[in-house]
Design a protein around this ligand. Structure first.
Ligand code: MET
Length: 350
């Protein structure tokens, strides 16, 4: 029965809610092997064996939000806060560009120190200097107007994980962030013309299989160009410090299902996946992922960007990160692609 469902999903890129819940509930070892094989096959048809590289710049760990699972939430007094200025951000880009990166992901907490004018200056300066790079922003919930200004300044993509598509669970794990607004932001980003990244955590305390089915069906409706799926990992300074992390198996099962629902999506094998298992990212790639996001942040701040415990690569220089991940990609049977790596159906706007 589950094999039939996987075959149906492979053929039609869709399952009804009840079918998907049934599939997740009844997934066994054999079913997973079959699912990963199918997900890999679809990825081979759409993007081939290429793995797209994104250089991640974590430019501020100040945040006004109180996401209860997150190590840099506003209530955490135990971490040292930092901000990179425009020169420091540009320096990360320079190192990254020389290493071959053509996408820079500017990520940070929700930090009003960076006004729209400052963000626009940062975006414009990078785009003026490097004509062939894409800029991805990941700076949380903003107004339509702000998103539009960043887009006009040259930002190409925006990552805003929905975290969970279940409104009750969303409410439970956030304080001053609201499901409705998060969703509105995602639809606004699409409307403006960004390549949009949504995504969710797997293994959030009290999350059910129905919740996970909702996540995937929400993605199918939104049709984002990118989907970040990672395990929940507890952080020592949060109320979830003693909770279990999400598992590798559950996370890669969700990646594979997402690949089958959204064949053309760009799916990262996340750093969090590499944190819960030494070969987590490789296993993610084999289950249908096709993006990795090595860190370009200065090593002096990496420890401080502690979203969850045990984060890997905090000691590595950017060049080391590039080499290490390249070896891993190749050893898993894939090839590194350093181009901008836009979504396959994306039309250039210039
Ligand atoms: N603060 C942003 C968000 O809420 C970026 C990720 S959190 C470090 O989406």
């Amino acid at each position: 029965m589950i094999i039939d469902l996987i075959d149906k999903l492979y053929k039609t890129n869709y399952l009804e809610h009840d079918e998907l819940v049934y599939l997740i509930y009844n997934m066994d070892e054999y079913g997973k092997e079959y699912l990963f094989e199918k997900a890999n096959k679809i990825r081979m048809k759409t993007y081939g064996s290429k793995v797209y590289m994104r250089g991640l710049i974590e430019f501020t760990n100040y945040c006004k939000k109180g996401c209860k699972y997150c190590g840099i939430n506003v209530a955490n007094k135990n971490i040292e806060r930092y901000r990179l200025n425009i020169e420091e951000i540009l320096q990360c880009c320079e190192i990254g560009y020389d290493l071959g990166y053509r996408t820079f992901v500017l990520q940070g907490g929700e930090d009003d120190y960076y006004t729209d004018e400052m963000m626009i200056e940062i975006i414009k300066t990078i785009k003026d200097k490097y004509l062939d790079v894409a800029i991805t922003l990941s700076i949380g919930e903003k107004s339509y107007e702000s998103y539009e200004k960043y887009f006009k300044a040259g930002a190409d993509r925006y990552l805003l994980r929905h975290e969970t598509a279940d409104v009750k669970l969303f409410k439970k794990i956030h304080t001053n962030s609201y499901y409705k607004n998060r969703m509105k932001c995602l639809w606004n980003l699409k409307k403006i013309g960004y390549q949009v990244g949504a995504g969710f955590m797997v293994g959030i305390p009290s999350q059910t299989k129905e919740d996970l089915a909702k996540d995937i069906l929400f993605l199918k409706e939104l049709e984002p160009e990118m989907v970040g799926i990672g395990p929940f990992i507890p952080h020592k300074d949060t109320i979830y410090k003693d909770e279990q992390a999400g598992t590798l198996e559950d996370t890669i099962t969700m990646i594979a299902l997402t690949r089958l629902f959204l064949p053309y999506s760009l799916l990262p094998a996340t750093t969090a996946l590499g944190t819960i298992d030494p070969l987590g990212r490789e296993k993610g790639l084999k289950a249908g992922a096709n993006v990795v996001m090595p860190n370009l942040s200065p090593t002096s701040v990496r420890e401080k960007y502690s979203l969850y415990d045990g984060k890997i690569c905090t000691g590595d220089e950017a060049a080391e990160c590039r080499n290490c991940i390249e070896k891993r990609i190749v050893s898993a049977g894939f090839s590194v692609d350093m181009s901008r790596g836009d979504h396959i159906n994306w039309r250039k706007r210039y």
